[in-house]
Design a protein around this ligand. Structure first.
Ligand SMILES: *[C@@H]1O[C@H](CO)[C@@H](O)[C@H](O)[C@H]1NC(C)=O
Ligand SMILES: *[C@@H]1O[C@H](CO)[C@@H](O)[C@H](O)[C@H]1NC(C)=O
Ligand SMILES: *[C@@H]1O[C@H](CO)[C@@H](O)[C@H](O)[C@H]1NC(C)=O
Ligand SMILES: *[C@@H]1O[C@H](CO)[C@@H](O)[C@H](O)[C@H]1NC(C)=O
Ligand SMILES: *[C@@H]1O[C@H](CO)[C@@H](O)[C@H](O)[C@H]1NC(C)=O
Ligand SMILES: *[C@@H]1O[C@H](CO)[C@@H](O)[C@H](O)[C@H]1NC(C)=O
Length: 348
């Protein structure tokens, strides 16, 4: 009796000890396993699959081959536009325009894998992103030109390195200011500034609005004939700087007069001393006088072009290149995130 009772007590003690130790043992085992995984160089890396649910504005590109490897040297990350891959995709990207117009509905009838991330994609300013309320609580990541988007894809950026070979610094120009506009709305800030500015200086206007459209190969040479270009955004929104600045003005080698986000935003994103901001002037008369003064003094004018010696511009136009940014940033993207109020985020 006593011996078997003593044995039973010992067994009880042993079990008690084990039950205290087991989490410690378990976690140290887990630790070891994790560190093994981290440090084993030949461990097979999981492939990440990114599904684009529909192409933006109906224009598709070929996705065969490993585009992101070709463009960014990323490995194990693949783009697909085959909606049959939904159940195995790690990330599904939805472009807002088609969702908002009911042209391509969300796959709410399909079983969404628990670990699958949905990306809300739009390169439009807030005013063009309609019908957002219906999208609350569905998306994990945002993809836009905004710097605070999870995947930030600006229209262009400034990179170190001198100008393209053959770049001409301030050639002789026959015109003072040009502007290209296709959708003119009289109530927009840019239209108000234009109407007022043209009372003081001549402005050459091109584009659909003026029935002087420019073909792709005429656009930059035409703009390059003028000393200044009105890089006026159609909407004054946080971080919204479109190809009007990056391509039309900078790549034509002219000096932009900008209207859009604050001067501080342009200073953060554009090359140093590369633009004239509308908000720098008390009136359009003052602005016109300043443009005339700069135009008359070659040295002052060329100061606005100095940055071409040390910086160049990279523009993004290919949607594949933009999608590859998900691969590039994948491992640093937030793990747990849901946009419960996507509308507030977009409008902020
Ligand atoms: C990843 O994809 C490549 C190319 O399709 C394939 O060869 C490889 O086996 C895949 N790796 C894994 C771990 O699934
Ligand atoms: C591409 O990435 C691999 C590692 O994934 C690296 O060894 C190689 O040097 C990179 N190539 C370039 C051109 O950056
Ligand atoms: C999409 O994937 C499905 C299933 O993998 C396949 O049967 C189909 O041929 C693919 N469609 C295209 C257009 O590649
Ligand atoms: C917003 O959605 C509603 C219905 O969901 C649709 O009738 C309307 O046309 C959409 N708005 C726009 C601008 O497409
Ligand atoms: C620019 O104009 C000046 C003075 O009119 C002239 O001397 C010069 O040769 C011109 N340069 C070019 C590249 O046409
Ligand atoms: C992604 O968003 C969905 C929809 O709100 C949510 O159910 C899911 O938990 C989110 N995923 C992660 C990893 O946070």
């Amino acid at each position: 009796m006593t011996t078997s009772g003593g044995r039973g007590f010992l067994l009880f003690l042993l079990l008690l000890l084990l039950s205290f130790l087991s989490p410690v043992l378990y976690y140290s085992f887990l630790d070891q396993k994790l560190s093994l995984q981290k440090y084993r160089p030949n461990a097979p890396q999981r492939n990440i699959s990114i599904l684009l649910w529909h192409w933006p504005f109906g224009r598709s590109y070929r996705l065969d081959g490993d585009k992101c490897q070709e463009m960014y040297n990323t490995s194990h990350c693949f783009l697909t536009d085959n909606t049959s891959d939904f159940s195995t995709a790690d990330v599904v990207v939805f472009h807002h325009y088609e969702l908002s117009r009911g042209l391509s509905p969300l796959p709410l009838h399909l079983v969404r894998p628990a670990s699958q991330r949905w990306v809300w994609l739009s390169l439009e300013p807030p005013v063009n992103n309609v019908n957002l309320t219906q999208l609350n609580g569905l998306f994990n990541w945002t993809m836009s030109y905004r710097r605070d988007a999870d995947i930030s894809i600006p229209y262009g950026k400034t990179i170190p390195g001198g100008a393209e070979p053959g770049f001409q610094f301030a050639p002789n120009r026959s015109c003072l200011v040009s502007w290209v506009v296709s959708k003119y709305r009289p109530q927009q800030a840019r239209a108000v500034v234009y109407q007022s500015l043209k009372k003081y200086i001549p402005i050459e206007v091109y584009g659909k609005w003026n029935k002087k459209p420019l073909s792709d190969n005429k656009l930059l040479p035409t703009i390059a004939n003028c000393l200044f270009y009105l890089a006026f955004e159609n909407s004054e929104s946080k971080d919204y700087i479109s190809e009007k600045l990056w391509r039309n003005a900078f790549q034509a080698g002219t000096v932009p007069v900008v209207l859009g986000p604050s001067r501080a935003t342009y200073e953060a994103l554009a090359p140093p001393n590369s633009f004239i901001h509308v908000a720098d002037f008390k009136s359009t008369a003052d602005m016109a006088a300043y443009l005339r003064r700069v135009a008359a003094d070659r040295q002052v004018y060329e100061k606005y072009l100095q940055w071409h010696h040390t910086h160049r511009i990279k523009t993004y136009t290919d949607w594949r290149e933009r999608l590859c940014q998900i691969c590039v940033k994948y491992h640093s993207l937030p793990v747990h995130r849901v946009y419960q109020d996507l509308e507030s985020w977009v409008m902020s």
